[in-house]
Design a protein around this ligand. Structure first.
Ligand code: DGY
Length: 324
């Protein structure tokens, strides 16, 4: 019998991180990298001291009921944790940690990628070239919207919202307004070239580009619904790198089809990995497969954060990134 805590990693992680985990803990890896079933996750909570999930796992309340739990900590690989019923985990005596800070820049970079791609029709253009359908340069070909100097509206002025503001204001001369639940010191906001407005609606009405950076789940579910989409300018674009459920996808499809807004750039979806055909059919939307944090540096750093959290926990110290 090993005296090391037993841990189960639900997906493949960067090799360097799996190696450290395997040295420090009695580690069960998911070598096939197949998503785990609810029954598999329920069993893992009953057979291991720690379970290390990702956004592709669902851990609702019923997984924590019925007794027999062995797990004492969920070391989530990711900053967002709305796939875990944190209240139920806490009630079952399980600590939950996440990985803030290390994915800020890369997620803001993907938001910027989507904003530029949808405004400048990069997805459409790439499809045209690959299909061998480009007939040559002409003054009226695939005209998009200028980004420089426009107004960006941010919903959620946390680390990633601020990083996006910085890119847009200092890189693209944009006027940046934002909505945030709590008050941000205007001096702090101005460091990012941004100013706070009172309501989400104020931001939607003012912006040429709206970028979402708030958590998913809870009261943010369908924060962007048909009514709010209709408040946006007709030439405006929506960018979502936060969580799919922040946007009512059906309402968004209607808005994109009917010219309520001009386009959207999406990295996250309501029922990942399923992306509705109605969205996939539209030309005025750029779709990415949840790539926000997908760089080598960031994915390793995320894993090392989990290592730090569970190492601290099993050493009897407070995990640095405890959320419950
Ligand atoms: C995050 O960290 O929240 C990313 O979206 C991956 O889960």
């Amino acid at each position: 019998m090993s005296s090391k805590p037993s841990i189960l990693v639900t997906r493949r992680w960067p090799q360097a991180v799996e190696q450290v985990l395997s040295e420090r803990f009695e580690t069960t890896l998911n070598e096939a990298d197949l998503p785990m079933s609810p029954a598999g996750l329920a069993a893992a909570l009953r057979s291991h001291d720690a379970v290390l999930p990702t956004v592709s796992d669902r851990l609702p309340a019923d997984l924590f009921s019925g007794g027999g739990l062995k797990a004492k900590i969920l070391g989530n690989y990711g900053v967002g944790y709305n796939h875990i019923d944190v209240a139920a985990a806490k009630a079952a005596g399980i600590v939950v940690t996440n990985t803030p800070g290390v994915l800020t820049d890369c997620t803001a970079d993907i938001a910027m990628t989507l904003l530029l791609s949808v405004a400048r029709r990069a997805g459409e253009g790439e499809r045209e070239v690959r299909a061998g359908q480009w007939s040559g340069w002409r003054p009226t070909h695939m005209i998009g919207a200028k980004v420089t100097g426009k107004t960006l509206g941010i919903v959620g002025f946390g680390r990633i919202g601020k990083a996006m503001a910085k890119r847009c204001h200092f890189g693209f001369d944009m006027d940046v307004v934002f909505y945030n639940r709590s008050r941000i010191d205007p001096a702090e906001a101005s460091r990012y070239g941004a100013r706070q407005l009172e309501t989400v609606e104020d931001v939607l009405k003012a912006a040429d580009f709206v970028s979402l950076h708030c958590p998913g789940g809870g009261e943010n579910r369908h924060l962007i619904n048909a009514e709010r989409l209709a408040m946006m300018k007709r030439h405006a674009y929506l960018v979502n790198t936060a969580r799919g459920d922040v946007v009512d996808e059906t309402a968004l499809v209607d808005a994109l089809r009917n010219g309520v807004i001009r386009g959207a750039g999406l990295d996250v979806f309501e029922a990942e990995p399923n992306v509705p055909e109605a969205l996939r059919e539209l030309e005025n939307v750029v779709l990415l497969p949840h790539l926000g944090s997908a760089t080598e540096e960031t994915r390793v750093a995320m894993g090392m954060k989990v290592v730090d959290n569970i190492t601290a926990f099993f050493a009897g110290r407070e995990p640095p990134d405890r959320v419950a």
